[in-house]
Design a protein around this ligand. Structure first.
Ligand code: G3P
Ligand code: MG
Length: 251
């Protein structure tokens, strides 16, 4: 089944918001992506100890904040005490890890589409997916385009069972030989591949089988042009401004 969201995929999608210009996965990063012209953003989601969905990439908070330890072992109140600006201090000092609800409000206000990457810790795939699905059902307005992606097949299958109308994307680094079986098993409509593993042949094969093809993380305009010429639907980038400036054929 073809989903209309998949027909609206833009050539350029901001990665973790626009994390080349603002602290990744924060509201400032989402706002930056929109300011730089992105119509769609990719952000990562996991859950806290008290089962609130928050926008964060890593299992722990160490790399991106002034705190330590796993997100899953902290309450939202504890998460909100952390400074998530450390990659871009002092300009963004005081920036917090947003909840999914806060991110959705910002995305709606800015008129963006959302590529939400499920990032459950190992062992917490099902509870994470159940909570994220419940929050999407409660908070996401119908007019916000949504694509849910994940490296984790269990999470994708669960999301598909809870929200059958939401298009799903299978994330991988290299494209496995049995990629089509995996896409079918997980109910996915798109394949999202790491840039170093993309070849013209595999783009052609995946597209010929009727799937969308997205590539992460592309920060070089020449590379983006090459992929788009091969038929890639979207490239996910830390620097939307660089890619827009260097794009040969803007759709
Ligand atoms: O969704 C594309 C990309 O975000 C996947 O890798 O590690 O940046 O979440 P990562
Ligand atoms: Mg991601």
């Amino acid at each position: 089944m073809m989903h209309s969201v998949l027909d609206q995929l833009p050539q350029i999608m901001g990665h973790r918001g626009a994390c080349g210009h603002a602290p990744e996965n924060t509201l400032s990063s989402i706002e930056m992506a929109a300011t730089l012209g992105s119509k769609f953003i990719e952000i990562d989601v996991c859950v806290t100890k008290d089962n609130i969905a928050v926008i964060h990439h890593d299992t722990d908070v160490d790399r991106c904040t002034n705190g330590h330890g796993p997100v899953l072992l902290k309450t939202l109140e504890e998460i909100k005490l952390l400074d998530a600006s450390i990659q871009f201090s002092p300009h963004f000092t005081g920036e917090k890890i947003p909840t999914l609800k806060e991110a959705i409000l910002t995305i709606q206000k800015l008129g963006l589409g959302l590529n939400l990457e499920l990032k459950p810790c190992k062992g917490w795939q099902i509870p994470t997916t159940e909570r994220v699905a419940a929050e999407l059902q409660e908070y996401l307005p119908e007019n916000v385009p949504l694509l849910v992606s994940s490296f984790n097949i269990e999470a994708l299958k669960k999301l598909g069972s809870l929200m059958p109308d939401v298009p799903l994307g299978y994330l991988t680094e290299a494209i496995p030989p049995d990629w089509e079986r995996r896409l079918v098993e997980a109910g996915c409509a798109s394949l999202h591949c790491e840039k170093d593993f993309v070849t013209k042949e595999n783009v052609t094969a995946v597209k010929a089988a009727g799937y969308k093809f997205l590539v992460y993380t592309v920060n070089d305009p020449e590379m983006a042009n090459r992929f788009l010429d091969w038929g890639v639907d979207s490239v996910i980038t830390d620097f939307p401004d660089r890619l827009f400036a260097g794009l040969q054929h803007i759709k």
